[in-house]
Ligand binder design. Sequence first.
Ligand code: PLP
Length: 559
Amino acid sequence: MKNNDWSIQKSKDIYAIDGWSEGYFDIDTKGDLLVRPSKSDHSVAIKSIVEEAKKEGVSFPFVIRFQDILANQVKEINQTFQSVIDEANYKGSYFGVYPIKVNQMREVVEEIVAAGSEFNYGLEAGSKPELLSALAFNDNETSLTILNGYKDCEYLKLAMLGRKIGRKVIIIVEKFSELDDIIKVSNEMKVKPLIGVRLKLNVTYSGKWSKSSGEKSKFGLDSVELLKTIEKLKEHKLLDSFKLLHFHIGSQVSDIKTIKEAMNEVTQYYSELVSNHHCMIEYIDVGGGLAVDYDGSRSTNDSSKNYSLHDYASDIVWGIKQKCDLSNLPHPHIVTESGRGVVAYHSCLITDVVDVIKPNTNFDISKYEGEHILISNLRDLLDEDINEDNFQNIYNDAVKLKSETYQAFKLGVVGLKEKALAETIYSLILNDLKKVISKIERVPEGLLNVKDQMAVQYLCNFSVFQSIVDHWAIDQVLPVVPIKNLHIKPDVDASLVDITCDSDGKVDKFIGIDSVSPTVKLHSDIQDYQIGIFLTGAYQDVMGDMHNLFGRLNEVHVY
Ligand code: PLP
């Protein structure tokens, strides 16, 4: 459906839907945002879910969880690894695990475990309570339960109990000092542990979580500690318990080059340990890091990635295979701990616009007797015919005159009325400038923020701190899209502000055409207008706090 000079394709382009949606979201012919939870022909307009929720009395803001997206992601990751394994004639198997901490909501973990059971997909726990959940949720004895995080004796006892009830619980040694406790608890409980070692790889990357990698990372054993671990395990006749080599570079690894480098390094460790130190390593665990293309740019931006799931699986499987074949070593099983890549897509936040905050342009600016020269000069600028030749000059003069009026106000030379007049005329000049700037290709750097100065703020019913804390904390860009009217040209440049009492409760980093933009295109008609913030299923859902006593959000679960 077309509308004036607009089309649905244009909406898809400005919101980069094809870039970030991974095939789950699209726009239908009526201009409504739709979801295809299983990437099949079955789709549903998000607007209709919202209408149904409203009828049931669910008030804004709310989270929509698409359970089938979770199931589909689990299927895709397992099937992709399997297809690469088949392609490569790789002799080991794939045993993915889902790290509970990325979204520990019961319905999320249950869905993942159910969808993963046919693939022996396991869970990763980073704490005692997470281990309790993992043992309770996943009773598949072939799948893995991987243990990371700080481990006291209680935690280790629980791990040994897990072994006793037949679960494949692998304790990852992340600090050399943990080894003594593991040996002690294993002797006390007479349980032979399954042990993994987290390596401190040299490879680093430049993402937000880069401190998880490199020599100065908090976790992992260096070469000296690794050799000491082997000696200690030998001494306690536990070398055959050493089953897994693990590394975790960090989350959201946006450049595939980092994965390739990590595979080169870890396979060298594997080769050394198996060939020269008599270790019988059965698994290589590449940790998390599978990125999500939040800004849809398919680049190495922090909020993006330059590879597909297939590329990721290929680099891991082929990377290990080539090294093993060269050195005549058995192919180990492959473990990934992808969290973000599994759950980010499945939930979104729906908020409604409760008010619009605009720069003032409707104050009466008529000329009056005895008007101050600063105001007359500003009005003269406004009366000029602004064009491509004079816009830079006009902007510079307007900025100067407004600033001089502010100075004059502080000194008591002009009053409140003059200050209000200066602000209004300045906004009107910027409005005119914006029209000229929108027509030229190369906007001078100093004028790039004219559009942003005139952007309106949509006051939306949600809390940034509760629902999209990474946007505030680490500048995470998330897709923001109105859920309907996408066949109509969005006519407003807006940022979003939330209803919390904090001034940094705002969204001012959006997907732009070439880079991050401080505004997003929205519609001026905000009657019954809802905005979706997408890809919030990983970390955001569960890290938000109880700021302003808003309580937990309503949730709509779609099956
Ligand atoms: N494994 C470990 C040890 C982690 O610390 C994390 C998170 O940082 C993950 C897996 C999950 O990473 P991601 O969500 O990037 O896949």
